[in-house]
Write a protein that binds this ligand. Structure first.
Ligand code: GLU
Ligand code: MG
Length: 440
């Protein structure tokens, strides 16, 4: 049987699911101009495959998935078997006349990046560090960080690295993590939009390679309520117009600049509201609990893995520039969140901190859960929301953060979350985990 190469135009939506339409790759020149059709109500899809009943769109209206100048020749999704190659393009969702549509997460991120540049003269370099669970491999007898686990994950591990490389995602590291069957995969930093595109591709490619090898990879925020969660830590540095690292100031506490301190203060101020976007599943709140090295509190810490914002370590060896390496890690996000929304909201909150010239939050040493109430109050350390409901209420109550989500995205987002809560909110935690493991 002969096969015809396919190309696909994709959008990663409010539920962090990549959806799109494929066409013969020979039509690419045409499709670059025309895009492919899309439907507004698609934006109201929950992660469980049904459209939220009270979404704002109805049956009327049309949109286009369109590539931008960043798209280049697209991305090769090679997977494991070469006959299943696919050329993928991460698109913006636009109006039929090509103008912006305020439901598109990728467009939201472009706006946040443009405002950070226009108002503060800053760009960002970012990388999303992902954890996931792999199952189905033979001989698995989990041992955290072990050679044994790495060996049982071969040849998946090298197939994944090869597929990420072929997709231009610049793989950096793959390692067995702490949880049973848990792995972490990292890619090199890139400019803001490209970093978010890479995160979308990384999830698709990881699940794809596993599927083609008869394994299963899931990025669900947590798979077993008793175990550790799967984080998506956002590593970020602020970059000056001359390309220098605006995050570092070796003479200040934590070696972070005044600007980076204001940026973090903005993020921590709005973090309870941001949780509704960064940690948007019901089970995200099983993960965002103390002692799981995720993020339970609005804490800023130097090399502190219980802090929601961590100043990362540097390599202090000959030939390494210390100031060039200083960067921030935002630890609350998980893979139920769209990378575009995660980065857009963190940039918006950081920019708000810069506008208001907020001072850097004090650094928290040790576990924030161990602070007594008085000391926590003095350090500005608050517990993050403990449920999706509470996070959504925090977002509704924070008019500044709410303004970062324009209509119709806002109505669609809350409709999805209401539907999600009604589908899984009443299930036992382990059943909720199983539903999300199937979705992510
Ligand atoms: N699994 C942890 C999380 O849920 C992160 C562990 C680590 O890599 O520090 O975020
Ligand atoms: Mg990890």
């Amino acid at each position: 049987m002969s096969s015809h190469p396919l190309a696909v135009f994709l959008t990663n939506d409010l539920s962090a699911i990549s959806r799109g339409r494929a066409f013969p790759a020979s039509d690419l020149a045409l499709r670059r101009r025309s895009g492919v059709g899309w439907v507004p109500a698609n934006l109201a899809l929950t992660p469980f495959g049904v459209i939220a009943p009270d979404h704002p769109f109805g049956p009327v209206g049309d949109l286009r998935l369109m590539v931008d100048d960043e798209a280049g020749d697209g991305v090769q999704i090679t997977g494991f078997r070469t006959e299943r190659n696919l050329t993928a393009f991460l698109c913006d969702v636009r109006q039929t006349d090509g103008s912006e549509w305020a439901g598109c997460g990728r467009t939201l991120l472009k706006g946040a990046l443009a405002d950070l540049w226009a108002e503060a003269g800053l760009r960002v370099k970012a990388a999303f560090e992902h954890e996931f669970l792999l199952s189905g491999q033979r001989g698995a007898a989990p041992q955290a960080f072990s050679v044994h686990d790495l060996r049982t994950a071969q040849p998946f591990a090298e197939a994944l690295v090869a597929a990420l490389d072929a997709a231009g995602a610049e793989p950096e590291m793959i390692l067995p993590e702490y949880g049973p069957g848990q792995f972490e995969v990292t890619v090199k930093p890139a400019d803001g939009l490209k970093a978010a595109d890479r995160a979308v591709l990384l999830r698709e490619i990881t699940r794809d390679v596993a599927r083609q090898m008869g394994l299963k990879a899931t990025f669900a925020p947590i798979a077993d309520p008793q175990s550790v969660g799967n984080g998506v830590h956002l590593h970020l540095s602020l970059v000056r117009s001359d390309g220098g690292n605006a995050t570092a100031d070796l003479d200040r506490p934590g070696e972070v600049s005044e600007a980076a301190g204001s940026f973090v203060a903005g993020v921590l101020r709005h973090l309870p509201a941001l949780c509704a976007v960064l940690a948007p599943s019901t089970i995200s709140y099983l993960r965002l609990t103390p002692h799981r090295w995720s993020a339970g509190f609005t804490a800023f810490g130097h090399r502190n893995r219980e802090a929601a914002v961590r100043i990362c370590p540097t390599v202090d060896l000959p030939g390494y520039d210390r100031a060039g390496q200083i960067h921030l890690e935002f630890r609350a996000p998980d893979a139920a969140a769209s990378p575009y929304l995660v980065l857009a909201f963190i940039l918006r909150a950081g920019l708000q901190g810069l506008r208001e010239k907020l001072s850097a939050p004090p650094l928290v040493d040790g576990d924030p859960a161990d602070l007594d109430a008085g000391r926590a109050a003095r350090l500005g350390v608050r517990r993050l929301p403990e449920s999706l409901d509470a996070a959504l209420a925090a977002l509704q109550a924070d008019s500044v953060a709410l303004s970062w989500m324009p209509e119709p995205m806002r109505s669609a987002y809350f409709a999805i979350k209401r539907a999600e809560l009604s589908i899984v909110g009443g299930l036992a935690p382990a059943e909720q985990c199983a539903r999300y493991a199937a979705a992510y």
